[in-house]
Ligand binder design. Structure first.
Ligand code: NAP
Length: 242
């Protein structure tokens, strides 16, 4: 396995949730971690958990000019990770086109834009975070599924185009992150408890669980073009939806 000691790791979407878990695991392995996201407030709070050598950059990866400027300094990163974006729940025929466009904008186009602009050193990696709905169906989630499936297809294709940079996709199941704050605390607790009971792992995920999977993708020199499910076993349960 390759070491992360002294390697530069950029996590776009690293100020919260899964991205922060990835940044924490990488920092723990001795990497020089940079987190990037839109909110200075979230970045400041996240940075306080990452140790003295970590850095943060305000970046809206939804904007072409900001992403081009960020990567325009010619710096080569050893490892780049994208973990951002959400939305698009709702069932046809009621879902509006603006909601549909926004879902692809917030995730697929963010990942594509970063992949297009990032300069990655030979022997380095690009890792996308998708989501388990990319490979399964659930009521009201066709668009979420399509967005994540698009990310996974992009990762496979880029593993050829960007070689020898290795490109992989980590597909999480339900993970306890601020993304679920859209639910009331009571509903969230109930959802996590019922989901845990159904899963073979008997728990939901924590951000560092996904961080360790990304660490594997960054450090295993024979791994590329793969989609790795880190979902507590939900993928082997037919029809649960998560
Ligand atoms: N949590 C789960 O159960 C779960 C399950 C499967 C898949 N996922 C996927 O995992 C990814 C991360 O989700 P999460 O649960 O960690 O959510 P989260 O806690 O809300 O974190 C999302 C991160 O993305 C950043 N971000 C959003 N838009 C951005 C943009 N345009 N440019 C730069 N940064 C941006 C946010 O920071 P700012 O607001 O500061 O920009 C934040 O750091 C998402 O793609 C999600 O679909 C999550």
């Amino acid at each position: 396995m390759n070491s992360l000691q002294g390697k530069s790791v950029l996590v776009v979407g690293g100020s919260s949730g899964i991205g922060l878990g990835i940044a924490q695991v990488a920092a723990g392995e001795g990497a020089q971690v940079t987190i990037a996201s839109r909110s200075q407030r979230k970045l400041d709070a996240a940075l306080a958990t990452l140790g003295a050598s970590a850095k943060a950059s305000v970046l809206d990866a939804g904007k072409d000019a900001e992403v081009d400027a960020f990567f325009g300094d010619g710096r080569k990163w050893d490892h780049v990770v994208t973990s951002a974006g959400m939305g698009g729940r709702g069932a046809l025929p009621s879902i509006e086109m603006k909601t549909a466009y926004a879902a692809m904008d917030a995730k697929f186009w963010v990942y594509f834009r970063v992949a297009r602009a990032a300069k990655i050193a030979e022997g380095g990696t690009l890792t996308f975070v998708s989501g388990s709905l990319g490979t399964k169906a659930a009521f009201g989630s066709a668009l979420v599924s399509a967005t994540n499936a698009a990310v996974e297809a992009l990762g496979r294709g880029l593993a050829l185009d960007l070689a020898p940079v290795r490109v992989n996709v980590i597909s999480p199941g339900v993970v306890d992150t601020p993304l679920w704050n859209q639910f009331s605390e009571e509903r969230r607790k109930e959802f996590f408890a019922t989901t845990s009971q159904k899963l073979p792992a008997r728990r939901i995920g924590q951000p560092r669980d996904i961080g360790h999977a990304v660490l594997f993708a960054m450090t295993n020199p024979f791994l590329t073009g793969q989609v790795i499910q880190v979902d507590g076993g939900s993928g082997i349960l037919p029809g649960t939806g998560h």
